[in-house]
Design a protein around this ligand. Structure first.
Ligand code: IPD
Ligand code: CA
Ligand code: CA
Length: 265
């Protein structure tokens, strides 16, 4: 494992203990709403602080982009951090959330960690060296098409501009697959595609910290990640599809007719 991935693992474990310490006493947390349906608690902030401290100690010159504190520093290396992905689940005691940490070098993903502190599952990837769940090597499924596939998704809940288009995609994909799941943590959804627990995943309007680590996990597990229209700008647009290569093609084809003009580039 790369030294940078090792540091990310250490940082993710520290954030995980901050998160789990408060999971048994959720009623005592102070929660605020950043925007409609977008909640944050002191756990998000404390977990982020723990991650950044650990990374800073090892790599003081690196830049950071973190959900709660934004951009800090300027460097060829940038850490992209979501300290608690799935905050709404967490605040309801619904045990599906994760820590997500990625490292980019000149914009290219190098290291990825997604950590589920409930199940103590550590998903890691180094560019060019594959993806792991704890010590086990990960591989996307060999599902050949939509028939029989299990897909993950995220239902738009903040920005409702594309709700009708999204529902049309959901309808077609529900008809053609074995089922659709909306677990509520995009970082884990990507990790589950990498681990073969989901055959594919799509969502509109993600932020880069939701899926930067997840994208490298899927790629290193042999899968494809793209923009919702099939292009390569997903890290900028946040509209994403991830799956094995064959299924990815079928998902793009099913989704494309429903894409609003401004998303189809
Ligand atoms: C959210 C989760 C969710 C996705 C949202 C994200 P947060 O992250 O990943 O699954 O549907 O778009 O914002 O706010 O819990 O870190
Ligand atoms: Ca998130
Ligand atoms: Ca978050």
């Amino acid at each position: 494992m790369n030294p940078t991935t090792n540091i990310a693992v250490r940082a993710a474990r520290q954030a995980g203990s901050v998160i789990m310490r408060s999971f048994g006493r959720l009623d005592t947390l102070t929660v605020s709403e950043k925007q409609t349906n977008d909640f944050v608690s002191e756990v998000d902030r404390n977990a982020e602080h723990a991650i950044i401290e650990t990374i800073r100690r090892a790599y003081p010159g690196h830049a950071v982009l973190a959900e709660e504190t934004g951009k800090q520093g300027k460097d060829e290396f940038q850490w992209i951090i979501d300290p608690l992905d799935g905050t709404t689940n967490y605040l309801h005691g619904f045990p599906q959330f994760a820590v997500s940490i990625a490292l980019t070098h000149r914009g290219r993903l190098e290291s990825a960690v997604v950590y589920d502190p409930v199940r103590d599952e550590m998903f890691t990837a180094d560019r060019g060296a594959g993806a792991l769940l704890n010590d086990r090597r990960l591989r996307v499924t060999e599902q050949k098409g939509l028939k029989g596939a299990l897909l993950g998704t995220g239902i738009p809940f903040r920005d409702q501009r594309y709700m009708d288009a999204y529902l049309a995609m959901l309808k077609d994909l529900t008809r053609e697959t074995a089922g659709i799941r909306r677990p509520g943590s995009a970082a884990l959804d990507f990790a589950y595609v990498a681990a073969g627990r989901l055959d594919g995943f799509w969502e509109l309007g993600l932020s880069v910290w939701d899926f930067a680590a997840g994208a490298l996990l899927v790629q290193e597990a042999g899968g494809a990640v793209s923009d919702i229209g099939g292009g390569s700008r997903h890290m900028d647009t946040g509209n994403v599809i991830a799956a094995n290569v064959k299924l990815h093609r079928d998902m793009v084809q099913t989704i494309r007719p429903h894409l609003p003009a401004d998303l189809s580039a």
